[in-house]
Design a protein around this ligand. Sequence first.
Ligand code: NAD
Length: 497
Amino acid sequence: MHDPIPHWIGGRASAGHTEDLGPVYDPALGTVARQVRLGGSAEVDAAVAAATAAFPAWSDTSIARRTQLLFAFREKLNARSDELAAILTAEHGKVLSDAAGEIARGLEVVDFACGIAHLSKGEYSENVSTGVDVYSLRQPLGVVGIISPFNFPAMVPMWFFPIAIAAGNTVVLKPSEKDPSASIWLAELFSEVGLPDGVFNVVHGAKPAVDRLLEHPDVASISFVGSTPIAKYVYETGTSHGKRVQALGGAKNHMLVLPDADLDLVADSAVNAGFGSAGERCMAISVVVAVEPVADALVEKVTERMTRLTVGDGRRGCDMGPLVTREHRDKVASYIELAEQDGATVVVDGRGIEVDGAAEGFWLGPTLVDNVPTSSRVYTEEIFGPVLSIVRVQSYEEGVQLINEGAFGNGTAIFTNDGGAARRFQREVQVGMIGINVPIPVPVSYFSFGGWKQSLFGDAKAYGEDGVRFFTRQKAVTSRWLDPSHGGLNLGFPQNA
Ligand code: NAD
C-alpha cells in the first residue's frame, strides 16, 4: 500500500506529529485503498503558523500578481482535470462524468475569483463635508479556515479558497477524512504554479482538528459545509471564539409538481436529481410533492426510467456509483425498512441490486417510496442516498405549506407551465435556492450559494458577492488634506457642513 496521505503545511507534504491514521476506501471495491493521517492540535498549530507567516507578504502582493497566479492555477486545473476526476471517483465513488461536472462547477468560482480586482474595489465620496473625502477599503482577514464534507471533495473547497486567496488571505483547509486526496492534489497544483509556501495548507483529521481550528486565536474565520448538527456546532463554537463563521448545513429538497407540468420532463428531472451521485448531493431532490391527479402517472414514468439506470463502478461508464462507506450505505438502507414500517409503499427497492462491480462495494440501488407519511422520519430527516420519496397533495397551497413547514431550506423546485404559479412560488416559498423547471438550482458563481433555516448558520452564503464580503473586511477612511481651516477647539460631535 502507498504511504499514508500526508498533510500539506508550509508548501510541502508533512507527516505531522501524530501516528493516527484513518482508512480511505475505494467504495466500488469495498476495500481500504489508502490510509490518511489524522491530525490534531499539533498539525493545526503548524499549519496556522505557516499561514500566519505567509500572510504579511501575500496580503501585500499586488492584485495583479495574485490574479496571475490564480489564472495559472485555472489553466493547469483545466488541462489536468481528468487526473482530479479519477481521484474523486476512486475515493468518493461518483461516476467519472459526475466528477468532471463537480470540477467544472468548482472552476467557475476560480473564474469568478480571477475578477478580484473589480470585486474588491472600494467606494469613494468626494467633498462629503467641506474639503473632506470618505472612502472605503476592503482588506483580507488573515488566516481563514475551511472545513469541507465528503460529497464534493474538490468543488466545496473551491467554493471558498479561490476567493479567499485572491483577496489576500492565507488558508488552512480541513477536508473530509473520507476522501482526502483531492485536497493534496490541489495543493500540489498551487505549488507548481508558484503560490508562495504557506498560503494554502491542508490538515487532515476529524473532530480534534476541527475543534483546534475553531478555537485557535490566529484563525480569523471559518467556512464550513456539512451536516446540520455539525454546522450548528461549528457556528456556535467558532463565533464564541470571536470568529466570523459561515456554516452551511444539510438539506431535504422538495420538487413541487403541478398538474399542468410536462410529466416527461418532471420524470427525467426527478430521476437525474434524485439519483445522480447516488443522492449524495446537498441539492439532490429527495421528495417529489405531486399535486393530484398526476401522482400515479408520474410514479409510472419515474419507475420506468429507474429500471434503465445502471449501477456500478464509476470508472466503467455506468449511471450511478456506490455510496461512500459501508456504514453510510447501511444507514441509508435502514430508511427503506423504516418506510415499510411506517406504511409507505416501496415501489422500487434498491436493496440487493445487481451491479457492475465488486460484490463487497458499498452498493444500494435507486429506490422509490410512494405515499410517504409526512410524520415518518423518512420524510423529515435527510437521508443523503438514492431514496426518492413521493408525497401526494391536493393543491398548490398544500404543497407549499409542506415545504415551508420543513426544517431545512436549502433548495427546492417547481415544475409547471404556469408562469403565474411559478412567480407566486418563488415569492412564497421559504427556501434559499429555487428552481423553476430546473431540478438542481445551484447558482452560478457570480450569484451566491446558500439555504435558509437549518441549511445555513450565519448570514454569509458561499461565493459570489457574499464570498467576497465574507473574506474581506471594510475600512472607511475620512480624510482632509491641505487647507486645514483651523476651526479652533470644538468638543461637539463632528457634523458635516
Ligand atoms: P459531516 O457533518 O459529517 O462532516 C463535515 C465536516 O465536519 C468533515 O470535515 C468532518 O470531518 C467534520 N466533522 C464531522 N463530525 C464532526 C464533529 N463531531 N465535530 C467537528 N467536526 C466534525 O458531513 P458529511 O457527511 O461529510 O457531508 C454530508 C453532509 O453535508 C450532508 O448533510 C449534506 O447535506 C451536507 N452538505 C451541505 C451542503 C450545503 O451547501 N448546504 C453542501 C454539501 C454537503
